[in-house]
Design a protein around this ligand. Sequence first.
Ligand code: SF4
Length: 343
Amino acid sequence: MTKTALIGKSLSDLRQLVSELGMPAFTARQLADWIYVKRVTSIEEMTNLSKKNRSLLAEHCELGRSQPVAVQESTDGTKKYLFPTHSGHFVETVFIPEGDRATLCVSSQVGCRMNCLFCMTGKQGFSGQLSAAEILNQILSLPESDSLTNVVFMGMGEPLDNLSNLLLAIEIMTSDYGLAWSPKRITVSTVGLIPAMKTFLEQTDCHLAVSLHAAFAEQRSELMPVERPFPMLKLLEELKKFDFSHQRRLSFEYIMFDGKNDTPRHAAELVKQLRGLPCRVNLIRFHAIPDVPLRSSNEVRMTAFRDQLSANGIICTIRRSRGEDIAAACGMLSTREQQRANS
Ligand code: SF4
């Protein structure tokens, strides 16, 4: 019998579980406290549950925690962890310490079906969704878990292509019974799956980062097949209907490709497209991947691009590269590990 994971269950899921097992209703709160606040690693440690109830629980459930199987550490302190999944695959989770901040970049799927031209994870294809338990495990089983200040859903996969598990994980992260984080500590990145994006914006208060990577639609469709079903013009039009003028942050990610999307003409078009949206733009250096004839723009071009956006009133930063020496391009480590596991 496969046991059900306790992490990844909301308070109402836990209420249902204890009722099915014939335990008192208040046990659900106690369970949430052990799982998410005290963060025990075994059911045996839940000492305010009777011995009988602990055995009953252990018969049907497991905690659902699993430790990373590998870690690579960069000279700049960035660490890339590899977590196993229930389906026998691996996903990457990147810990990025920076001054008094510590950000965790988590994965939401095994592989990805968006197939962006410049992405190693896209090349893996899609092998399945991560459950809410597998998403949360990356946070709870991280050795640096207690020091985290922010979580970004920018690892492997398209988070909004796994909407129900993403929303469940966010509910647990932001609820009093769970990790009790402010939603302002969480950023979800998307290529712009419009219907799921609208649901996410309506149902959470987390920040949104949209991967744009081009200012012209034709060029974006060469880089990102998602442009065809969900065109950037429609995407920007939808975003303009939401309020980003207060606490909630909207940012656009723009990987800079040498000679492709980094000229003054591209910057001018981007300014035009983003007019009327309170947002910021993050310019990102490209980490080359095998068999893809794209190169990163150089510093001079990136700086000129940033300055052109800034001069037009858009907050624009060049993202500092982290962990370059540990093959930081998302999907590299897991691809290697999967090849090893399959050989
Ligand atoms: S960039 Fe993101 S959405 Fe695109 S293929 Fe890679 S993981 Fe998927």
